[in-house]
Design a binder for this molecule. Structure first.
Ligand SMILES: [Zn+2]
Ligand SMILES: [Zn+2]
Length: 259
């Protein structure tokens, strides 16, 4: 059974405008059995998007339309592609209560969701770790790249601890996203306790997003998690869930279901 468990939509302001149905058509064409839409959930109230364009996530007022289109496609393609609809939820330290509110509002979507870390709190404010290589390099020059890694490591460890209990997304997103620009800039030694992150995630029953977008990233070029982490996760009894992190229809299944 082929699954693409990490797919974006036109509701993502930093993605493309192609309709959700085009993603489903592409999945069908590539023989993918299950497609899970995981649009970036609206950022929690009171959290200001730190990227210059303020376009990291879906708008709150779009959630209903997004879920309705997901439900329509699920019906329309029944027996051909198993379409599911959830969110890519951000774990943002200190905003757990606001985030939980959204999960409580959409419990069915919560069960199809992924929990990821994109934002970390640094001494000089919030920072989006995967926004751009230039921004990452600049921030590393201002602070110390190890500090950014460390902040990410702490956040992903907390996310691995299943902070949202019974409504927690069952999948942990691209766990080593912090490595996205490591060919450009990286600390001499990686301060993140990856083993601890994997063990914590395993203990909490997570599946791991086996995210193939990293292979398309020039400063990284591998899957998230990388190979040794995959081996380790499997050794811990965890399941991996393939995902393309497609922000355009042609990227559905890319890297694991044909090119
Ligand atoms: Zn995105
Ligand atoms: Zn994503």
């Amino acid at each position: 059974m082929k699954i693409d468990g990490h797919v974006h939509t036109p509701f993502c302001p930093h993605g493309t405008d192609a309709p959700m149905e085009d993603y489903v058509k592409e999945a069908e064409r590539k023989g993918i059995d299950v497609l899970v839409f995981t649009e970036h959930a609206p950022l929690p109230e009171g959290f200001e998007d730190p990227v210059p364009e303020k376009d990291s996530a879906m708008r709150l007022e779009d959630v209903e339309a997004y879920l309705a289109e997901g439900a329509r496609l699920r019906k329309e393609y029944a027996g051909r592609v198993d379409v599911r609809c959830g969110f890519e939820v951000d774990y943002i330290e200190g905003f757990e209560r606001e985030t939980l509110k959204l999960l409580q509002q959409y419990p069915e979507a919560a069960g199809n969701s992924i929990l990821s870390v994109h934002f970390v709190r640094l001494p000089d404010g919030w920072f989006c770790v995967d926004y751009s290589a230039d921004a990452f390099e600049e921030k590393s020059a201002e602070l110390e790249v190890g500090i950014i890694y460390q902040a990410y490591g702490e956040a992903i460890l907390k996310a691995a601890g299943k902070p949202f209990g019974g409504l927690n997304p069952p999948v942990l997103g691209h766990i080593n996203l912090i490595h996205k620009f490591r060919k450009r800039v990286a600390p001499e030694s990686d301060p993140v306790d990856w083993q601890g992150v994997l063990e914590t995630a395993a203990r909490n029953g997570y599946r791991l997003d086996f995210n193939h977008a990293g292979r398309r990233k020039p400063d990284y070029g591998e899957t998230y998690p990388e190979e040794w982490m995959v081996r380790e996760a499997l050794g811990l009894g965890m399941k991996l869930q393939t995902g393309s992190d497609a922000h355009a229809p042609e990227d559905v299944g890319r890297g694991f279901a044909g090119e």
